[in-house]
Write a protein that binds this ligand. Structure first.
Ligand code: SF4
Ligand code: SF4
Ligand code: SF4
Length: 251
């Protein structure tokens, strides 16, 4: 399998949000009004104008001292993207996969698709619609930079080496190496996404303790529960149409 991938090593993430700011700057995304919601994380979620957000969670560590879990959240550029599958049902080319990198990209044709169908399809709660227009946006893998041999803006800016990017095979190898290194200190450590995504996270605790959608169970062939239900619904509609046709033919 070729293309690119991110390896995000949360064990060295310090929550500085340099990646979040770099993403805004490179993509020329405006600042948005924020609110104090009792957490240092800011803003509260991804949006049409925010493709990357560093999520903050405070827990009590094994030595009874507070610990912070940081989770730099972004599109996982799934190998079999549920968002693309949903879009393809309405219009081909609304969501495309970049040949060179494997990045999942949204195009202008996507405006023909109901935004909610796309946002609902994503198991990681990533795509966000613009209020008023319903247009959708998310991380682009900075393909405009990567196609010119540059690193994604978030990776280039990360001061600690938490954000890594390169050929997918190399990122898989790096993720496995780091997992082996941290296992003695953190026996519960895991790397998420190695089989089906282009963004892997090294986490030292249960993914849910970082963020509700940090990792989701994706069944074989990239299908989660939402996708399965949607497929069942589609098949039932088709069956109903077919049954009307057959009845007409025999009637
Ligand atoms: Fe699509 Fe969501 Fe996968 Fe990104 S994470 S490619 S938005 S399904
Ligand atoms: Fe933002 Fe580019 Fe990083 Fe995606 S790859 S989160 S668009 S800076
Ligand atoms: Fe973490 Fe690096 Fe982002 Fe800072 S720039 S929040 S260290 S991933």
């Amino acid at each position: 399998m070729s293309g690119k991938a991110f390896f995000i090593d949360t064990t060295v993430c310090i929550g500085c949000r340099g990646c979040q700011v770099a993403c805004k700057q490179w993509n020329q995304l405006p600042a948005t009004k924020t609110e104090n919601w009792g957490n240092y994380q800011n803003p509260k979620d991804l949006s049409y104008y925010t493709y990357k957000v560093v999520r903050f969670q405070e827990h009590i560590g094994p030595d009874s001292k507070p610990v912070w879990y940081f989770f730099p959240d972004q599109c996982r550029h799934c190998l079999e993207p549920a968002c693309k599958e949903a879009a393809d049902e309405v219009v081909r080319g609304g969501i495309v996969i970049d040949d060179q990198t494997g990045a999942v990209l949204y195009t202008d044709k996507l405006k023909k698709v109901n935004a909610e169908d796309i946002t609902e399809s994503c198991p990681f709660n990533i795509p966000k619609a613009q209020k008023g227009t319903g247009r959708l946006a998310k991380c682009t893998m900075c393909v405009d930079r990567v196609h010119h041999g540059l690193l994604p803006a978030c990776v280039k800016t990360c001061p600690t080496g938490a954000m890594n990017f390169g050929d997918r095979e190399k990122m898989v190898a790096l993720a496995k190496k780091r997992l082996r290194e941290v296992k003695s200190k953190h026996p519960n450590a895991v790397v998420t996404g190695l089989d089906d995504l282009r963004v892997f996270y090294l986490l030292v605790d249960k993914p849910k303790k970082y963020y509700r959608f940090a990792s989701v169970d994706i069944a074989p062939r990239g299908m989660d529960r939402k996708m399965a239900l949607r497929k069942i619904g589609k098949s039932l509609k088709e069956l109903s149409k077919e049954s009307k046709i057959v009845r007409r033919m025999v009637g």
